[in-house]
Design a protein around this ligand. Structure first.
Ligand SMILES: [Zn+2]
Ligand SMILES: [Zn+2]
Length: 139
């Protein structure tokens, strides 16, 4: 793992809780966002943190066959470890992009920048973040 001046990590490695699914990413941005939409909150038990979208061809998975895919909308799908249930990613069905659960990359979590909150119109009142983030209403 090498931290670059541009806040990206070369060859970042991450894995699910049981370790059967591992991702290697050519370049991982340290910029992360959360999403307050109903789907993300239901799947995760609350808002979870993902990195900004990556090109699919920059992500290598140890075994795509160990991942269960759930089509969460007409435009996107979610991937989970078929063994431990860890939420792995959101993937677009219309573009070749993927947004990984940043918590898979445990080595870098002290270096991430929480920059944006998506779908703030769907945020419930029983929680809020104190971080200074960009707040997007409905995207
Ligand atoms: Zn697993
Ligand atoms: Zn969401």
């Amino acid at each position: 793992m090498v931290i670059q001046e541009t806040n990206t990590l070369k060859q970042a490695k991450g894995n699910c809780l049981c370790g059967q699914v591992e991702f290697v990413v050519d370049e991982l941005s340290q910029r992360v966002h959360t999403c307050h939409c109903d789907t993300c909150r239901t799947i995760s038990g609350g808002p979870s943190f993902r990195n900004h979208s990556l090109n699919m061809d920059t992500v290598t998975c140890s075994d795509w066959g160990k991942i269960t895919i759930f089509e969460s909308s007409d435009t996107g799908e979610r991937g989970f470890c078929s063994y431990c249930g860890t939420q792995l990613f959101y993937r677009s069905k219309t573009r070749p992009t993927i947004s990984l659960n940043i918590e898979l990359f445990r080595d870098i979590l002290t270096n991430v920048n929480f920059e944006a909150e998506l779908f703030c119109l769907s945020k419930l009142s029983h929680y809020s973040f104190a971080n200074d983030t960009e707040k997007l209403a409905n995207e």
